[in-house]
Write a protein that binds this ligand. Structure first.
Ligand SMILES: [Zn+2]
Length: 257
């Protein structure tokens, strides 16, 4: 039977510091086969790499989140990120993208510059880009049209169905989190239904986005059972089919045997 593939997690987050070993054992006992540990700035990318080195079932990505877009202007940081991509367990660049949700974040211009730099880096190393986009879909689409990606995933999808169709047309995968289990998830569910089965991923984005009935708690990959079940219910599949399909998709995208 297939195991769960968590395509987006942050076990490098400080909220896992106290029970890190126990939680990694717990998620594997619960049927999770692999996780991608995502870097979001230089410090978290370093830790993601170290943790992936220590755990067979874990892979990592290195990149700069829009919240830390200024780091992408630092040549030493970008050189170090590039060096990390040569690590055998570095399977993606990111997370990178645009986030206009908060008024006090970096300017759209600075965020766009960091995003484009990382699109180029992903293409250079033939690795997928993990894209974060929040309240910035039109600019995200424009940039991806101007700077086509070889491969990538839009994680924690929160946009419209129409935008989702455009992203799929570009060849991208779409990742869904515990958000699809929330009561107000109508938009995410509508989008879910237009994604071809071979482009679907499940992810926790843990420690955030815990699915119902654990909403508000610290999330971990074992909770993907709820996400897979909800996805199965909406798509007329079994939970086991969703787990198998999303596992195969993640392996194809991240080039993991
Ligand atoms: Zn994330």
């Amino acid at each position: 039977m297939s195991k769960i593939f968590d395509s987006h997690s942050h076990y490098n987050d400080s909220s896992f510091k106290d029970d890190y070993k126990e939680i990694l054992q717990h998620i594997q006992d619960s049927g999770v086969g692999n996780v991608i540990n995502v870097g979001a700035d230089i410090e978290s990318a370093r830790l993601a790499m170290k943790q992936a080195d220590e755990n067979d079932f874990m892979y990592f990505s290195a990149g700069i989140h829009p919240h830390d877009a200024i780091q992408a202007r630092d040549e030493a940081i970008m050189a170090e990120i590039e060096e990390m991509l040569k690590h055998p367990k570095a399977v993606a660049v990111g997370e990178a993208g645009l986030d206009y949700h908060f008024d006090d974040s970096w300017s759209p211009e600075l965020q766009q510059e960091a995003f484009i730099k990382q699109i180029k880096l992903a293409n250079k190393y033939h690795k997928p880009l993990i894209i974060h986009t929040r309240d910035a879909m039109q600019d995200t689409l424009n940039i991806l049209n101007e700077h086509p990606l070889e491969s990538g995933v839009v994680h924690c999808y929160s946009g419209s169905r129409e935008s989702c169709k455009q992203l799929v047309k570009m060849g991208l995968y779409i990742g869904f989190t515990g958000v699809i289990t929330f009561k107000n998830a109508r938009r995410a569910i509508e989008s879910l239904k237009v994604v071809p089965l071979d482009r679907l991923l499940i992810e926790t984005d843990c420690p955030y986005m815990a699915p119902e009935p654990n909403r508000g708690k610290r999330c971990d990959s074992s909770m993907l059972h709820f996400v897979a079940q909800k996805m199965a219910d909406e798509l007329g599949l079994t939970k086991e089919e969703v787990i198998r399909i999303t596992n195969e998709n993640a392996r194809r995208l991240f080039k993991i045997k």
